[in-house]
Design a protein around this ligand. Structure first.
Ligand SMILES: Cc1ncc(COP(=O)(O)O)c(C=O)c1O
Length: 389
């Protein structure tokens, strides 16, 4: 097993194979059912097997999926996304988030004829050698043109800009700081404005990596609510409710660079995931999915914070309600959080001890209350095991 499912990364209590899912629930191969607070690590935004998306997929499958070129659905989807996302004048599609972030990097370099791209230290942008969090098999030269700064730290950002000198192609940022195993940090709006200003002064591009947050944080670009625009954006996860699709969106001025670079993949033009994405985006809009997820997330947050206080345990519950992250005070090696996650699992909630959780539109009050009954057991288990703190 590899990635998140690698044995070294997961408690043995965790199932690795699942046989079914419906709405907010997931069932492992042994028949255990869980409230799914991971949403397949982000993609499931409407709920598992959303009937509208499933119907759109069936209809597209009847027509064809992997053809010699894209179906008309590519145009319909591109128009829907360009309508929904303020900073998008054009769009191109790939499969995974790493395709999209890597394409953004390449397009930025092609457009500016410069090399250096700045990213925040520790923030995940994918599994390619230029951004992999694990150095095994990568070369220092893979990162030779990367620069690093602390998220939300203007002075450190300016230092990295200074170091890049006249070779700065762009800055890639996630909408907020999410680093595995660390408390999350919302973006400081002044910091975001500062980055935008500096990019404008230096003719460098601001790239928003919206792979994790996109269409969960806001319906459209995740920085639209704070009024900070991007030049390029990377998307994946939630845009197709679990079907494999990624996208890059960009400004008109970058259309030529996007056309000039070589971007392709054997399955990049498949129509079924595009049909799923079109149905997903329309449905999210129709039901105001972002508000539904915010409501579910606020209920979960309130419930978890009350349970922690009632148990006499100190926790941090950070990040936006739709993508929360929980830690116990002083739990440097995640032992308490691992115990919490194992007990939650045994009580019927699938969540991760070191990764943010995700809300979906299928999480109504009854689902959240069901999840909270499990987290109550999990707090009791931590208290029993480690005592009050
Ligand atoms: C912010 C961000 N960027 C990029 C990626 C890479 O996406 P993928 O795993 O689909 O390649 C992820 C995946 O979690 C992500 O969270």
């Amino acid at each position: 097993m590899y990635g998140h499912q690698a044995i070294r990364n997961m408690s043995p209590a965790y199932p690795q194979f699942f046989r079914a899912a419906e709405g907010a629930l997931i069932t492992d191969v042994d028949g255990n059912e869980y409230v799914d607070l991971m949403c397949s690590w982000g993609p499931i935004v409407l709920g598992h097997r959303d009937p509208v998306v499933t119907q759109a997929v069936r209809e597209q499958m009847e027509k064809g999926d992997c053809l010699d070129g894209p179906g008309p659905v590519l145009v319909d989807l591109a128009e829907a996304l360009v309508d929904a996302i303020d900073d998008a004048d054009w769009i191109l599609f790939g499969k995974n988030g790493t395709d999209a972030t890597t394409a953004c990097l390449t397009i930025a370099r092609a457009h500016t004829s410069r090399a250096v791209v700045l990213v925040a230290r520790g923030v995940y942008h994918g599994a390619a050698p230029w951004c992999s969090p694990v150095p095994a098999g990568t070369l220092p030269s893979d990162r030779a043109a990367m620069g690093y700064f602390e998220y939300n730290d203007q002075a450190d950002f300016d230092r990295a800009v200074e170091a890049a000198g006249s070779d700065l192609a762009g800055v890639m940022l996630t909408p907020f700081r999410h680093v595995e195993g660390e408390d999350q940090e919302l973006v400081d709006v002044e910091f975001a404005r500062h980055v935008r200003r500096r990019c404008d002064e230096l003719d460098a591009l601001l790239i928003l990596d919206d792979v994790r947050c996109g269409f969960r944080f806001a319906h459209g670009g995740s920085w639209e609510p704070i009024g900070v625009s991007s030049d390029l954006s990377a998307w994946s996860k939630a845009i197709a409710n679990g079907y494999p699709l990624a996208a890059v969106t960009g400004r008109e001025s970058l259309r030529d660079a996007a056309s000039a670079v070589f971007l392709t993949g054997s399955f990049w033009m498949n129509s079924t995931p595009m049909a799923a994405a079109l149905a997903t985006i329309r449905r999210l809009d129709a039901i105001d999915g972002v508000s539904l997820m915010q409501r579910a997330g606020a209920r979960l947050r309130a419930g978890v914070l009350t349970q922690a206080a009632d148990s006499g345990l100190t926790i941090a519950y950070t990040g936006p309600d739709v993508m929360p992250y929980m830690t116990f005070a002083g739990d440097v090696h995640h032992e308490r959080m691992t115990r919490f996650a194992e007990a939650a699992l045994a009580s019927g909630v699938y969540l991760h001890p070191k990764h943010n959780w995700f809300m979906s539109c299928a999480m109504d009050d009854a689902v959240i209350d069901r999840a909270l009954r499990a987290t109550e057991q999990a707090f009791a288990a931590v208290r029993r095991h480690f005592g009050p703190r």
